[in-house]
Design a protein around this ligand. Structure first.
Ligand SMILES: NC(=O)c1ccc[n+]([C@@H]2O[C@H](COP(=O)([O-])OP(=O)(O)OC[C@H]3O[C@@H](n4cnc5c(N)ncnc54)[C@H](OP(=O)(O)O)[C@@H]3O)[C@@H](O)[C@H]2O)c1
Length: 299
């Protein structure tokens, strides 16, 4: 089975790369924009691919003819998406159309990653059937990408996820656990919102959901987040407790005091029953995730 990953330099991309490069049943093609920043170079072929370039995608996909395409590349900074709507659409929407058209052509299974930000956060946790109502351009762009697949005749799976975190090398952005751990370690004063609720997701768990969906040939929409729903404040508090850092410099603040460019849904979280039943998805508890990360950082 030939699997092509986009965005292989990113957090989810790297986790997929490391899981699949050692799978003898998989012929792995890792692609990302620019040079390969993953130090392990064996067990896969790397091709530099900017997925906003239709001709480049066609060239790579039609020559490699993968059975599976996992699209992890995306513009994920919510406030940047709000300010740069055109760029956001180019990567989060147009590229998905190019990939799905190529997937039709070679009969590939396309796996796309979506987000809890397609919802307004008034009625979380959400099931796959709940009605989206994004509050941000990022959320809208990811919803548009879902619509492209809903209207496409290719075989597709959409995995919706929430705050992805984990340890990887040479990432172009941070994630909540590594950020909070670093700040708590230094004892810096931390202002943390306590009125937004999320189910943070270990990148390895999301990678497993991707792999399960192609191994089991499951199509359609699946929720694939962590299983513990907490306020952002509680997430950081649990990180502090886990690593034995003091919580005394942690201050609770509300979302309105931050004045962020893009709107954020107050309460998301996902009902995971469908993914558990049909994919066999079994994410770690947040506590287990912190132990996994601790081991990885110690190595
Ligand atoms: N992170 C979250 O909290 C979160 C929450 C909900 C949903 N999601 C979704 O989960 C997916 C994976 O997220 P992630 O955290 O793994 O993202 P990430 O770490 O930002 O990885 C995305 C990768 O795509 C690469 N990329 C950027 N533009 C590209 C282009 N034009 N062509 C090809 N590659 C390009 C980036 O390259 P550089 O490294 O060079 O910048 C990066 O390596 C995304 O679809 C995201 O929307 C993420």
């Amino acid at each position: 089975m030939k699997v092509l990953i986009t965005g292989s330099n990113g957090l989810l991309g790297q986790k997929l790369l490391h899981k699949l490069r050692v799978d003898n049943s998989v012929d792995l093609i890792a692609t990302s924009i620019g040079e390969n920043r993953v130090s392990e170079k064996s067990g896969y072929k790397y091709i530099s691919l900017d997925i906003t370039n239709k001709q480049e995608i066609e060239k790579v996909v039609f020559s490699e003819k993968p059975d599976i395409i996992i699209n992890t590349a995306s513009m994920t900074n919510v406030d940047v998406c709000e300010d740069k709507k055109q760029e956001c659409d180019t990567l989060n929407v147009d590229a998905v159309k190019y990939l799905s058209d190529c997937a039709i052509n070679i009969d590939a299974h396309l796996i796309q990653i979506s987000t809890d930000f397609i919802f307004d956060g008034e009625n979380g946790p959400y099931s796959e059937d709940d009605i989206p109502n994004p509050l941000s351009y990022y959320g809208l762009s990811k919803l548009k990408s879902e619509t492209i697949l809903l209207e496409s005749s290719c075989r597709w799976t959409i995995l919706r996820t929430i705050i992805v975190f984990g340890v990887a090398e040479n990432l172009s952005k941070g994630n909540i656990v590594l950020w909070a751990k670093g700040a708590l370690e230094k004892g810096e004063p931390l202002n943390i919102i306590d009125d937004q609720f999320r189910a943070p997701t270990l990148a390895e768990d999301l990678a497993d959901a991707c792999i399960l969906s192609f191994q089991k040939a499951k199509y359609g929409i699946y929720n694939a987040s962590g299983k513990d729903i907490m306020s952002i404040f509680e997430i950081v508090e649990r990180i502090a407790r886990h690593y034995n850092y003091s919580t005394k410099n942690m201050n609770r603040i509300s979302t309105t005091t931050l004045n962020q460019t893009a709107g954020r849904p107050p309460r998301t979280g996902f009902i995971l029953d469908k993914a558990k039943k049909e994919l066999g998805y079994n994410p770690h508890s947040f506590e287990e995730c912190l132990s996994i990360i601790e081991k990885q950082l110690n190595n």
